[in-house]
Design a protein around this ligand. Structure first.
Ligand SMILES: Nc1ncnc2c1ncn2[C@@H]1O[C@H](COP(=O)(O)OP(=O)(O)O)[C@@H](O)[C@H]1O
Ligand SMILES: [Mg+2]
Length: 299
């Protein structure tokens, strides 16, 4: 049976993920209690004032695969936090929990809490629609809708009942300027977005996410499919965006994490191994495993 796949992880074939799966199973039996102790320590070490997202004792399974193990982490407001770790360690799964994208995966089960501005995203009365508006997501492969540049950006606002052409025009200009794309496309807003380069498409997706006035931007390896110049533009843009937005970026490009993030979390086999200021994680990691990973000994 073909499993449902979301994002970039190829879950059906990868040998690595099978190995990780087996390793997870071994760890599950041996380490149930220590996950909790270890992960709580990882969070408390770095005190985050007024976190925008707080993950508390969070676990996630895909059928038998225990993919997130008692995660505790808080994300600071208006900062860039990078999540790093080898393929299959649970980075995308964690990110998807913040806008409840895992809800659409049949075999996915969760336990624990994710607070957004203090409110549980998984509470019975949580407003999923509003939360999705507030927590935008950018994927590895730019995914513009097959429509004009203009319609891509006004899509979200129109869903939220903004119809006035003048208001929509303002949104277009503001968001394209924020995404540093305005100068390149202002004279061809009616042309299809599919004609843009990869880097432009990714900036368009960021502009589209901004159009519904989010508070947080989740980015899952947003430059993995881009060339170095397009990557640099996106990195500059991300640094600019943090003035107004909280950014959580998954990357397995460690130089990128070191270049742009304020905080970094290192994950391995579904656990948060270490979390702290980026400079500390890269220059003075506390855990041997973090050091081994950032010095390229595995990954
Ligand atoms: N939709 C899915 N269905 C089943 N298993 C999945 C799914 N997505 C991810 N997984 C599994 O969960 C684990 C973590 O995957 P993922 O979050 O994609 O890791 P990363 O983003 O760090 O590469 C892996 O073992 C992966 O195979
Ligand atoms: Mg991933």
């Amino acid at each position: 049976m073909k499993k449902k796949k979301i994002g970039d992880s190829d879950i059906s074939k990868s040998k690595d993920s099978q190995l990780i799966h087996d390793e997870n199973k071994k760890n599950d039996v041996n380490n149930m209690i220590s996950y909790e102790e270890k992960n709580r320590m990882n969070t408390n070490k770095e005190k985050i004032e007024l976190p925008v997202i707080e993950v508390k004792d969070f676990n996630l399974w895909y059928d038998e695969n225990y993919a997130l193990k008692n995660i505790n982490i808080s994300f600071p407001r208006n900062k860039i936090t990078a999540i790093i770790g080898p393929s299959g360690c649970g980075k995308s799964s964690l990110l998807r929990c913040f806008n409840r994208m895992n809800d659409v995966i049949d075999n996915c089960k969760i336990q624990g809490r994710v607070l957004f501005n203090g409110n549980d995203l998984y509470a019975k009365n949580a407003d999923i629609r509003l939360n999705r508006k507030k927590i935008g997501m950018i994927f590895q492969k730019p995914n513009p809708f097959p429509m004009s540049i203009y319609d891509n950006i006004t899509y979200g606002p129109k869903l939220h009942k903004i119809e006035d052409k003048k208001v929509l025009d303002e949104i277009i200009e503001r968001c394209l300027k924020k995404a540093v794309l305005w100068d390149e496309v202002s004279d061809r807003l009616e042309e299809t977005a599919m004609g843009l380069s990869g880097g432009q498409q990714q900036r368009l997706c960021i502009a589209r996410a901004l159009a519904v006035e989010p508070e947080i931007l989740l980015m899952d390896e947003p430059t993995a499919s881009l060339d170095p110049i397009a990557t640099q533009k996106i990195e500059e843009l991300i640094l600019e965006l943090k003035k107004n937005w909280t950014i959580i970026i998954v990357t397995h490009n460690m130089q990128q994490a070191a270049r742009i993030s304020d905080y970094t979390g290192f994950m391995y086999l579904g656990e948060l191994v270490e979390f702290g200021k980026t400079i500390q994680i890269f220059e003075k990691p506390e855990k041997k495993m973090t050091e081994n990973y950032i010095t390229g000994r595995f990954g």
